[in-house]
Design a protein around this ligand. Structure first.
Ligand SMILES: [Ca+2]
Ligand SMILES: [Ca+2]
Ligand SMILES: [Ca+2]
Length: 316
């Protein structure tokens, strides 16, 4: 009987799990509705921001970026004593979304977005310059910029749900560096700094051609010569925007020894051709493809491209 009960229990569990509505949209991105539904943010957990202020406050921070937006979510641990002292705080009240090149706010490089109550303000980091005015209580200044948010957190209201979800167009985030990252930081209101976490921007897939004009792309690992690799211009990507100094090829991320802008594939547009020392690349005897990475001159744009290789002579 016990056995049947546990089977019944398992069945009920399975059926209840099946009844949980789909919460992730068709393209896999979270729904900004103030609820961190089952599975919605699981793979985007960045860490827990902890401060000892007033006996302790902590917030679990989630975030990632796709080609167009930064997504972030916050869950406050309301059992922490600090929250009971400062129940009127907003998790997202003083959040910074920035690149990490400038060490201290409000240096250039910060985008500072502040949500409190229904208010909103944003500075580009060049100073205390709030285009919408500090304490603007018109939510449209947020939504007019394409920002979606739900602040269902402890934020001037009771009861205090403990979550927030935010979606910000990347175009709003100022940028000052070369590492393709966005920092999620900020303050617990004016009391203490939150632990900063970093979101990597997804790379742009570029079309590369190892040894243009050759197929297969035979690589002799004993060669003391160079491997030419072209980054091709396509309708979606202009290879002349690539900063050759940032390009790296193969497992050892070899730097190029020289480069040129020319129409490598003869289709009328200008491509980028780079040459790498075979011995620098770290390509292994068993490899069947090789990867190139880099950045455009606008370092928001991280690049990645892959092409097949055929190691010769076989077995060496
Ligand atoms: Ca949600
Ligand atoms: Ca080729
Ligand atoms: Ca071309």
């Amino acid at each position: 009987m016990k056995k049947y009960l546990s089977i019944l229990f398992a069945l009920v569990l399975v059926v209840s799990l099946m009844l949980v509505p789909a919460v992730v949209s068709a393209d896999g991105t979270p729904t900004i509705d103030g609820t961190l539904s089952s599975g919605e943010w699981d793979s985007y957990h960045l860490g827990t921001s902890v401060t000892g202020w007033q006996g302790g406050m902590s917030v679990d921070v989630y975030g990632f970026a796709d080609d167009t937006h930064l997504y972030a979510a916050y869950v406050a641990d309301m059992t922490q004593p600090g929250w009971s002292v400062a129940a009127g705080l907003c998790i997202s009240a003083n959040l910074d979304y920035k690149t990490p090149q400038s060490a201290s706010w409000p240096d250039s490089g910060y985008t500072h977005i502040s949500v409190y109550g229904d208010g909103f303000a944003q500075t580009d980091g060049s100073g205390w310059n709030w285009p919408d005015g500090w304490g603007n209580t018109d939510p449209s200044v947020f939504t007019n910029r394409g920002i979606e948010y739900y602040v269902g957190e402890p934020c001037y209201g009771s009861p205090y749900p403990n979550t927030a979800e935010i979606k910000i167009p990347l175009s709003l985030l100022t940028y000052a560096g070369a590492d393709g990252q966005i920092m999620l930081g900020g303050q617990y209101w004016q009391y203490d700094w939150a632990t900063p976490f970093y979101v990597n921007l997804p790379p742009i897939q570029v079309e590369i051609d190892i040894k243009p004009g050759s197929d297969p792309n035979s690589i002799n690992l004993k060669s003391k010569g160079l491997i030419p690799v072209a980054i091709l211009t396509t309708p979606d990507f202009d290879a002349s925007t690539v900063d050759p100094d940032t390009v790296a090829f193969g497992p050892n991320e070899a730097a190029c020894v020289h480069w040129a802008l020319e129409d490598v594939d003869g289709d009328g547009d200008i491509d980028l051709i780079l040459h790498f020392k075979t011995q620098d690349t770290g390509i292994n005897p068993g490899d069947t493809e090789a990867t190139l990475i880099g950045y455009t001159y606008d370092p928001l744009n991280r690049l990645i491209g892959k092409d097949a290789v055929k190691i010769v002579p076989k077995g060496k």
